[in-house]
Design a protein around this ligand. Structure first.
Ligand code: G3P
Length: 219
């Protein structure tokens, strides 16, 4: 059985940007020897510095565009992200929605062993994304993102229903859940509900004691 994932999305939180992003990644690195696969999902601006200073911590991009080298001002071109150290990406986050076509075209460009985690707001979106065969689908009810109550408590059935629906479409796809995840108990509940890990942000980025939170999450 693969290790469950703890995926921390740095977003553009001040506490997870620039030097603070490097510090947060260094804290995460300290917990990579636990029984979880630790992943930092960082801004494109911070990708290179964090990836080049990380040993066991996986560093992913927060978004990529299905474009090649050329006339694509401001787009996040995958080959350059990989060159700068990205070893995975999330896509279609609730705060950065894209079309199914975008996800499909991006996947066609990425190396087959490059993990992609497609985010879904609900079961029906998860089903559509599962047909594309992404490595992971993370179900995150948008109304719970950034809140105090974990999806695993507020809406456990969306996790179980998404796992069931995704596996019935494509048993290769691994399901994560997120929104409001804050502690080790939420992680354990996610796994009990059938998820293979969690995607979280504010529980770590807004923590007063980041190391204590990472310790709890990965215990
Ligand atoms: O990408 C993870 C995110 O959307 C969940 O955010 O702050 O509820 O953990 P948060």
């Amino acid at each position: 059985m693969d290790k469950p994932l703890i995926v921390v999305n740095f977003k553009t939180y001040e506490s997870a940007s620039g030097q603070s992003a490097e510090d947060l990644a260094a804290s995460m690195e300290k917990f990579t020897n636990r029984n979880f696969r630790m992943i930092a999902v960082v801004s494109a601006f911070d990708l290179h510095s964090i990836a080049s200073n990380s040993t066991n911590l996986e560093v992913w991009s927060q978004h990529l565009d299905p474009v090649g080298k050329g006339s694509y001002t401001g787009w996040l071109e995958p080959e350059s992200a990989i060159y700068r150290g990205a070893v995975g990406t999330i896509i279609n986050h609730a705060e950065h929605k894209v079309s199914i076509k975008h996800v499909k075209e991006l996947m066609e460009m990425l190396p087959s062993d490059f993990p992609i985690c497609a985010c879904a707001a609900d079961v029906s979106e998860a089903i559509e994304l599962a047909k594309l065969n992404p490595t992971f689908i993370a179900v995150e009810p948008p109304e719970l993102i950034g809140g105090d109550i974990s999806v695993t408590t507020a809406d456990p059935s969306i996790v179980t229903d998404t796992v069931k629906a995704v596996k019935s479409v494509n048993s290769n796809v691994r399901v994560l859940c997120g929104a409001g995840v804050k502690n080790g108990s939420d992680v354990r509940k996610a796994i009990e509900l059938g998820a293979e890990g969690v995607l979280l942000a504010s529980g770590v980025t807004k923590a007063e004691d980041v190391n204590a939170v990472l310790d709890d999450l990965s215990s």
